[in-house]
Design a protein around this ligand. Sequence first.
Ligand SMILES: *Cc1c(COP(=O)(O)O)cnc(C)c1O
Length: 827
Amino acid sequence: MSNTLEPKSLTDSHAHDPILEPLPKELRRHLHFTLDSEDADRNAYYRACAIAVRDRLHRDWRQTRGRASEGDVRRVHYLSLEFLLGRSLNNAIQNIGIDENLRNALHGVGLDLEEVADVEHDAGLGNGGLGRLAACFLDSCANLALPVTGYGIRYEFGMFHQRIEGGHQVEAPDRWLRNGNPWEIERTEDTKTIRFYGHTERYQDESGRPKIRWVATHDVLAVPFDMPIPGYKNGIVNTLRLWKSTTTDDFDLDEFNAGSYPESVAKKNDAEQISMVLYPNDSSENGKELRLKQQYFLVSASLQDVLNKWVQKHGKDFKDFGGKNCFQLNDTHPACAIPELMRLLMDEHGLEWDESWEIVTRCMAYTNHTLLPEALERWSVQLFSRLLPRILEIIYEINERFLAMVTTQFPDDPGLRDRVSLVEGGHHPHIRMAYLSIVGSFSVNGVAQLHTDLLRSGLFADFCKIWPTKFNNKTNGVTQRRWLSHCNPDLRELLNESIGVQWQRDFSLISDLAPLVDDASFRERWDAVKLTNKRRLSKYVLENTGVEFDTNAIFDVQVKRIHEYKRQLLNVLHVIHLYDRIMKGDTADMTPRCVLIGGKAAPGYFMAKLIIKLINEVAQVVNSDPRSKGLLQMVFFPNYRVSSMEVICPGTELSEQISTAGKEASGTGNMKFMMNGALTIGTLDGANIEIREKAGAENFFLFGLSAAEVEETKKNYCPNAIIGEDPEIARVMELLEGGLFNSTEPGIFHHLISGLRNPHDQWLTIADFRSFIDTQRQVEQTYQDREAWTRMSILNSANSGWFSSDRTIQQYADEIWHVKSLNQDEK
Ligand SMILES: *Cc1c(COP(=O)(O)O)cnc(C)c1O
């Protein structure tokens, strides 16, 4: 390997300080001085690249900070317990337009950019859709030059690493910071103190006014680490501020003097626990004390940060604070922001209740992400009063005033008071965090049209009657820069040649693709890109599972968290059905198919883990039967994460979006697949409905019950009758129950089977099975008509413009935040 960096292309003109040297020289400098690295291997080069790229973001980062705090621009603070960022290097170089330059610099030393970028560990600070949405939103805010800061927690351990052993999921900790994080900058000067425990007491301030203070608290420190969020070739670099918890410097003096120096120092551990680990539960509540600590820790540190900066500039005049600040709450996880801002304004800054409440309800906005009852956060009053006594008092007062208003305004509905109370009564009363979020916010939004409609008519119907205009919809989106441009370079180049390059900034332009469906040579190129991506995916599947996918087959993919409502089980039942056809020799018109399923199960979610075991066992049986050869293969892809989706989605032809209608709030995986030209087989759920509207019903494989039909069916559901009357379904149950997939472990799938046969099965898997089988047959027939399939594929991409998170964020900016682009004048 040559160790000289040939200064080949030096057109690295954008977004770098004049004091910086050309990239090859900077890389050499960082290897030699910053890292003092002996061996110039790809690990060392990755770190050198990351630092060199960060340096190139630096000037714009400072300038963006300056422009956002100058003047009187309204600003947004996006509060989220999760940011599922994935990797940063490729994203950064693409956004600032130095990708070719860096590629050449690395080429000069015999390294390949992909190989070096592959060293980066995913920043997995989230579970799934909700955390990835926050990451796409930050990218879009920077692309649109909006003054938006993300606030989150710098978990030492992100989403666990998943291995499969004997068909079972095995979790290992994700020490993503092991080799350092070259993207972050620690800002100790902005450290905040966070209080816990203690009690409250009344006193009179200097002017004799009655006040409350929170005393005898156990304090921890919140230290911020900033990550740069570069916009797309627009000179903007926004900030994601992540808080790490640490001990206060003040020792317990008594303990110290009593000779317990080690015990006194050991308290550090307690404090550091708060930001130690991400809770791995997606769509279910956590209910643990440490989780409530994390939530309050994030919220208090972030609000103090914003208020401190305000006071530095405006002194104690908060008249306009609500007009100049907006906090977007990503689900109820940061809902304590509402009482915490009340506390800070009243107890720390001397405001009265009414003026504080006026401010709070002018700047808080809440996004709901789920209708599943098990995911709605409720915190026990007992835990709250011990951990956050002052916050609980404020919640009680918010509730009292709110209920008084309700009683006055709705005298004809005496039951309303109890239904909307923030406190759920009983022996063990709880605080309903969703209700707190609604009462304290000026905007409440759902994440797809169906989801918002169901919120309005169901879960939040009473609140909708009280405040009809508060509720609005913002259908989710994903960033085309990561989910098309970066992850699918061949398609990017084809698009650039065919419709120009502007779609990367403005994705509505993707519609220019539509007329090209009639161009036979374009269709040929489209197919060639898909084949290249299928080969890449096939290689990746082989490396990770030992199974080699045949690229002649249709690539059928379902990747997402494992959850009963997402119905990976329905997918497996269909694979068993196909295998049954193979065993019977009913394969004359069968389309060869490769099925990939991936996703993590929450470590305590028994049924989800059992589904993973079943997938692995069915895969084993199918793949090892010579009769399946050339017809059917299946794998469980381990450790599904952002960087694996970047390989999986470009190579996918059929996207499985098969949740029970009414359960998936939006979905965003569905959008990534659509952009990359996959066709969807899906239910009328979440954003699938809008995907089908935009793509055209003829370009979407619809099956199953609608949300309304699901509710109707549940009243009188008889899965055993359906099984009894449908020989193909009966046969699948027979194979499952006969132990074909668990011959050495009898009975292990009992709970799955009895769930399917249970009249109270919430997920109605058997109810949708026939429709699923028939629609999958249609998929197979369509796939055999290459031209028809390619046309549908192109039209899916061409009509995916609506699903860019740039569109979503523009709607948040116009309709909720009322913020403008910092680059307004240039437009
Ligand atoms: C997009 C994405 C998700 C969300 O997928 P859904 O199908 O919408 O549930 C989850 N995890 C990762 C890693 C993703 O990239």
